[in-house]
Ligand binder design. Structure first.
Ligand code: NDP
Length: 341
């Protein structure tokens, strides 16, 4: 995550602006819209790609940015696995490019968050803090969030040695020592993946029994590069974002409370993900984990005219490129739906 960004693009750092609740972007029209043919919730790779395709289909899309404008990529640093950027690109920069491309074709971005939805009749109605919006078709791209421990040092070092995605960041830990926090299938999978790069991967789990399925457990246990610290949680992560990044962690024994300090170059959180679907409880079909269910080979949800794309409906891949792909699919599905209705 500390690799230099060599890509010669000149993109302004808009992290502060993206995070600012006052950043209103209505595109060409500065009056606040009340209705959209296609309304997109979420402005990560899925939402902005859906917007790009909907805009190019003359559907005049409106994107409601949500609480984390730009989505999960805005809390990562180097992105090296998004095709088209050979030397890599910073997550926030990539999301600004997505947005600029969607805006180029007339997409309007609206800051804010939807607090309620009425999907019982068309047009659908969405309630925001300062009013309501209606739409003929709705694309849900509200994403998911990695569960985090919630400690201060974790937030401070996120993107600087702390990560919640081994697929995204594992490469930066070649010949380093890393910790993986968690005892479920994700932790086993991430630990195994990280052994391709790191010298040692130590799984830190809060109990003495793993939650992971037998096959995943057995595979991880058979991996000689994986070490285990059971009955422990992370009390603090050490390091400075501006310096080396993560340098160590203090672990707390969950039985005795004893604190132990150890050195490490990275800490991967693998304690699960939560899809951002609370708004749709009882309104759209979800799987047992709360992810929106989409029809096979389409992005259609259980309500005609409502489509879902990106991590909000993907428990398995969770990559920017797959999110973008499903965003494109959702926009095409919405276009066909509007044509037919
Ligand atoms: P899980 O909820 O299954 O596991 C989360 C793990 O993190 C548990 O071991 C839990 O500990 C631990 N944990 C949770 N909160 C904290 C905390 N605050 N501090 C420390 N530890 C914590 O999530 P996963 O993401 O692992 O899996 C989600 C689902 O996805 C599962 O059904 C899994 O089978 C599936 N999956 C399947 C894969 C595959 O088949 N290849 C790959 C990845 C996921 P505790 O056990 O004590 O509760």
């Amino acid at each position: 995550m500390s690799a230099p960004n060599l890509w010669p693009l000149r993109v302004r750092d808009n992290r502060a602006e993206l995070a600012s609740p006052s950043a209103n972007h209505y595109g060409r029209a500065m009056t606040k819209p009340t209705h959209a043919k296609v309304l997109i919730l979420g402005s990560g790779p899925a939402g902005s790609t859906a917007a790009l395709y909907a805009a190019r289909a003359n559907l005049d899309p409106l994107v409601v940015e949500g609480t984390q404008p730009g989505g999960q990529l805005t809390i990562t640093t180097d992105v090296e696995n998004y095709p088209g950027f050979p030397p890599g690109i910073q997550g926030p920069e990539l999301m600004e490019l997505f947005r600029k491309q969607a805006e180029r074709f007339g997409t309007r971005y609206l800051s804010g968050d939807v607090t309620d939805v009425d999907l019982s009749k068309r047009p659908f109605t969405l309630t925001l803090a300062d009013g309501s919006l209606t739409c003929d078709a709705l694309v849900i791209a509200t994403g998911a969030q990695a569960k985090l421990l919630g400690i201060e040092s974790e937030a401070k070092l996120m993107g600087y040695g702390v990560s919640a995605c081994a697929t995204c960041d594992g490469f930066f830990f070649k010949d380093k020592d890393v910790l993986v926090v968690g005892g479920g299938d994700t932790a086993m999978e991430e630990a195994g993946f990280l052994t391709k790069f790191a010298s040692t991967v130590t799984v830190v789990h809060r109990r003495d029994e793993l939650r992971a399925s037998k096959i995943m457990r057995d595979r991880a246990r058979a991996n000689p590069k994986i070490r285990w610290i059971m009955n422990a949680t992370i009390d603090e992560i050490h390091g400075e974002p501006q310096g080396h990044g993560v340098t160590g962690a203090t672990l707390k024994d969950t039985r005795t409370g004893k604190l132990t300090k150890l050195t490490t170059d990275g800490v991967f959180m693998a304690i699960g993900h939560t899809p951002n679907t609370q708004l749709f409880a009882g309104k759209l079909a979800m799987d047992e984990y709360g992810y929106l269910v989409t029809e096979k080979s389409s992005m259609k949800t259980s309500v005609p005219g409502v489509f879902a794309c990106g991590d909000v409906q993907d428990r398995v891949y969770r990559q920017a490129i797959t999110a973008a792909g499903t965003g494109c699919m959702a926009a095409i599905d919405a276009e066909r739906f509007l044509e037919a209705h």
